[in-house]
Design a protein around this ligand. Sequence first.
Ligand SMILES: *[C@@H]1O[C@H](CO)[C@@H](O)[C@H](O)[C@H]1NC(C)=O
Ligand SMILES: *[C@@H]1O[C@H](CO)[C@@H](O)[C@H](O)[C@H]1NC(C)=O
Length: 193
Amino acid sequence: MREFFLVVFAALAACTIGVPSVVRFAVNNEVSEYRQNVRLQTYSFKNCLPADQEMGVVSRLVFSPDPLSFPGPLNVSFAIDVKSTVSAPLKGSLYLGKKIDNTWIKVPCIGQIGSCSYDDVCALLSGIPGCPQPFVDAGIPCQCPFQKGSYNLPVASFDVNTAVFPPGDYHLQANLTYNNQPVGCYDIMVTFG
Ligand SMILES: *[C@@H]1O[C@H](CO)[C@@H](O)[C@H](O)[C@H]1NC(C)=O
Ligand SMILES: *[C@@H]1O[C@H](CO)[C@@H](O)[C@H](O)[C@H]1NC(C)=O
């Protein structure tokens, strides 16, 4: 499964799956072989557009087990309300930051991972081979268009075995614009320790 897949699905898994690769490749080259287990200490999520502008509202987001530690299993559950159908042209913009010495450092975009811009999110999605079975089972599309409706993912399980990333505070923000109008803004803060 590719990271940008998750840009659209509330950026939540982009955080949990993308962050490890980003950190491995971009942030901490010096500790690229970080092998200790890390735990998810805290996380917070918010929709960051005014409610009347947000076309895709994440109404629920739950990670388990609790505590979550990597490498290990990761279960994600979420619900999204799509208030009106979203399709191309859909642009995405990601900010990924890591706190180093009390300062937020922007993680650069390297190989489509990190603080990247995606001019055509629908085209990216159409390049992804297959939709994960839990999404298929829940009737959640992996491709544009995203029809108006409520989508509920009861649970998707991932085995995060490549998660060799250092403890720290991370900030992920994902913006979506449709026809140059902001339609989604998702903000996640996580702390691994
Ligand atoms: C994770 O999900 C799987 C099914 O997909 C389930 O069997 C398992 O109990 C779940 N674990 C937790 C901690 O929720
Ligand atoms: C997302 O949009 C907000 C509000 O327009 C802006 O302040 C923020 O910088 C944007 N973030 C990204 C990652 O584009």
